[in-house]
Unconditional design. Structure first.
Length: 347
């Protein structure tokens, strides 16, 4: 059925906020080294993580084992979002002085405004609320067990652990390279801030994250973009009250800011993906309409396995995505290529 549109109201979107901090890098480093199944997929080689472990004190190793068992890195990130902390001591003092019920409430994951009372009651130890939160998050790989732990752990033990692991990792891993890491994070932050003036919010999120399409949602007023180095090449997505958070991997050129000739890694991937006749033909087909693998195969009269290979390359470059059972071109990513190239040529 056709719709007659008599409204002048524009589609609402979110605002983008940008922040960076060594404290987020610290918490994400703790998360990375305790995520054993993911270690091999990180940009830094396994040897890097093994060497770090060999250099750590027994106290910090014990705390990291505790993190791996209970996923307390999540609590660190939740707490870091409560205010802008200028240095580690301010953050640890904040935890130290916090009432235990507040500590537990903030450490619990945000699962929606309508469930805030459930979250509060769970933090107070109410069994029915704890079970409800676990049920509401049962599609998450670790939230149910994490919720159970946070709600039932002795509060002062949790405090001591969070302070100890954060202080230990900062002092033994971050501090010696703090100036360099901070400069890298700041460089990426400033690049994204400059691009914020040239892009709409959804384009900026897609460009910063290397291809994540995040469309507006009810109750999400802003998206918070936080650059991180330690978890490259992964994006980490989280929810806090009123906001979606992306801890996104910093761009290549932020690591070597004085080298004006280092291009953004996603810019390279996109141009490589488009540098092929078959893939350009696929892009044109998808520009016209979303299509199934069978549709593309029939149109181009090329073997299904070959087409699948080309689609895999286009997806890796974040130019194509799968929606339902069809392949879809990320038109904004294609349209913005010239701006990305112009940004690189003129930096």
């Amino acid at each position: 059925m056709d719709v007659l549109n008599f409204t002048s109201r524009k589609r609402e979107t979110y605002q983008v906020q940008l922040k960076y901090s060594l404290l987020w890098e610290c918490a994400l480093g703790i998360a990375a080294i305790t995520n054993t199944p993911l270690i091999k997929t990180l940009e830094k080689p396994v040897k890097y993580w093994r060497d770090i472990r060999k250099s750590l004190s027994n106290e910090l190793l014990d705390n990291l084992d505790f993190v791996e068992k209970n996923n307390t890195w999540k609590a660190l990130l939740q707490l870091l979002h409560t205010r802008d902390f200028s240095h580690l001591k301010e953050f640890t003092s904040y935890i130290e002085e916090m009432p235990l019920t507040d500590l537990k409430y903030i450490s619990l994951p945000f699962i929606g405004l309508k469930f805030q009372t459930v979250r509060q009651n769970a933090a107070l130890g109410e069994e029915s609320a704890i079970n409800e939160m676990k049920e509401l998050t049962n599609n998450n790989p670790f939230f149910p067990s994490y919720i159970e732990f946070i709600c039932k752990v002795e509060g002062n033990l949790l405090k001591e652990h969070l302070i100890s692991v954060m202080t230990g990792w900062y002092g033994e891993v971050i501090e010696k390279d703090s100036e360099l890491i901070n400069r890298i994070l700041q460089t990426d932050y400033e690049t994204k801030r400059e691009m914020r003036e040239k892009m709409n919010p959804e384009e900026l999120v897609e460009w910063s994250t290397g291809g994540i399409t995040y469309r507006p949602e009810p109750t999400v007023n802003h998206v918070l973009l936080i650059p991180q180095y330690i978890y490259r090449p992964w994006n980490i997505e989280a929810d806090i009250e009123g906001a979606k958070v992306f801890y996104y991997p910093i761009a290549n050129e932020s690591i070597s800011p004085n080298d004006r000739y280092t291009p953004n890694n996603f810019l390279v991937l996109k141009h490589k993906a488009l540098g092929d006749e078959v893939r350009l033909r696929i892009v044109k087909l998808l520009y016209e309409d979303d299509r199934t693998l069978q549709d593309i195969t029939s149109q181009l009269d090329i073997g299904k396995s070959t087409i699948h290979h080309h689609l895999k390359i286009l997806r890796a470059a974040k130019l194509v995505e799968i929606i339902g059972s069809k392949y879809s071109l990320k038109k904004k990513a294609v349209e913005f290529l010239s701006e990305e190239l112009n940004f690189f040529l003129n930096k």
